[in-house]
Design a protein. Structure first.
Length: 132
């Protein structure tokens, strides 16, 4: 955390990491590996300790959702990823009807309802997005 004093550098590194995940299709490999582990061991709980923090924040990007012709029946989509124990915030990102949607699911024990909008506003500001 101390090394992330430069927010723009943090976003560049995050962009590079996520580009690598997409290019190498690591998301698909990860899901397949989870399926294999669940098949072999029946439950993934033993691999996910709840007594220590695995991630303070999660960003999950679904990409384009319902963007095919004839999908005009759906007016909007919001995506709220689950938060694991000790994870303070989870951002859900998707594109629908040519618009980027960023949603925040947060742990009320970690931040207040007054701080949560400030967090998402800061993400929008730092990323250079427009809030609607």
């Amino acid at each position: 955390p101390g090394r992330w004093t430069d927010r723009h550098r943090m976003l560049r590194v995050l962009h590079w990491e996520l580009s690598l995940v997409k290019r190498l299709r690591l998301g698909i490999i990860f899901v397949q590996a989870l399926h294999v582990l669940q098949t072999l061991f029946g439950s993934l709980r033993r691999f996910l300790p709840t007594d220590r923090c695995q991630a303070t924040c999660v960003v999950s990007n679904l990409g384009p959702v319902f963007d095919s012709p004839g999908s005009g029946l759906v007016r909007g989509v919001e995506f709220y990823p689950p938060i694991r124990p000790l994870t303070a915030a989870a951002f859900g990102v998707l594109t629908h009807a040519g618009r980027l949607n960023v949603s925040l699911h947060y742990d009320a024990a970690a931040m207040t309802s007054a701080v949560a909008p400030e967090l998402i506003d800061e993400l929008v500001r730092v990323a250079g997005l427009r809030s609607v």
